[in-house]
Design a protein around this ligand. Structure first.
Ligand SMILES: [Ca+2]
Ligand SMILES: [Ca+2]
Length: 269
């Protein structure tokens, strides 16, 4: 019985780093205990061989088997989310921040794509806060400069299962959107010399737990899909190989809607 058990051991060790670590630690511990017990040097090799099979018959087999099973059946999947935003975005999964735009919203012309990695199990909720740059709550940018204007937004994202390469979620009208900052409400103020004095805005706080999986979004709206000619995506957009069904999205007004929250629950691959 000992020999067959011993011949099966190397395959277990090769399959499991954990098993190898445990076994090495065990052998070292046994060898150390043998020395403590006054065992002579010539018996060390023998005791290693003797103790190995004895340990196998009691604990080694279950220890080797269970980590392998749990790794296959209980581990979360690793995903990659790619996002391009005009101008800034932060991505949450089940309420936890997984990535935030590396270029601050205050940076002029901040257009860039970002890729974040996260682990999750289905179903999971991906939630994105996106901001169009505005110099002030007026919603106007380049105030006092020749190109003073209402800026516009736009965002596209896709989620890929890194183990299969399958795109499992893309932005589109199936996402829910809540607009939390709008300006200017009176768009005729856009060219005024002092837009802070004349432009009106509306701003609300993000709902508590807005990125959590269990949020009630019945009062949110469907995301609006916008064309590439509407958004004119630039810097970084072309670096990503976007899936055919990944759409540029935003609130219903590409210019006036400045800060939006958007969410999608991904049920499965
Ligand atoms: Ca913008
Ligand atoms: Ca805007």
């Amino acid at each position: 019985m000992n020999d067959p058990q011993r011949t099966t051991d190397p395959s277990h060790v090769a399959d499991s780093i954990t098993g190898t670590t445990l076994r090495s630690a065990g052998v070292i511990a046994v060898a150390f205990l043998s020395l403590l017990a006054g065992g002579c040097g010539t018996s060390e090799t023998g005791s290693g061989n003797t103790v190995g099979p004895a340990a196998d018959s009691t604990t080694t087999e279950p220890v080797d088997a269970s980590p392998q099973e749990s790794a296959e059946s209980g581990s979360p999947t690793t995903f990659e989310v790619e996002v391009w935003a005009d101008n800034w975005a932060a991505v949450y999964v089940d309420g936890e921040l997984v990535g935030e735009d590396s270029v601050p919203i205050t940076t002029e012309r901040s257009f860039n794509a970002e890729t974040y990695t996260f682990e999750a199990t289905y179903p999971f909720t991906i939630a994105i806060e996106a901001r169009d740059f505005k110099e002030t709550d007026s919603g106007i940018e380049y105030i006092g400069e020749p190109n003073q204007q209402m800026g516009d937004g736009g965002l596209i994202a896709q989620v890929t299962d890194t183990s299969t390469g399958e795109v499992v979620a893309t932005t589109g009208s199936d996402w829910s959107v809540l607009v939390i900052q709008q300006a200017p409400l009176n768009t005729e103020c856009a060219d005024d010399p002092d837009p802070d004095a004349t432009c009106e805005f509306e701003s609300i706080d993000a709902p508590a737990g807005w990125a959590d999986a269990d949020l009630d979004t019945s009062d949110w709206s469907a995301a609006t899909e916008w064309s590439a000619s509407d958004v004119s995506p630039k810097d970084g957009y072309d670096e990503i190989d976007w899936a055919d069904d990944a759409a540029l999205v935003w609130g219903p007004d590409l210019e006036v809607d400045n800060t939006i929250l958007m969410r999608l629950t991904v049920q499965g691959p």
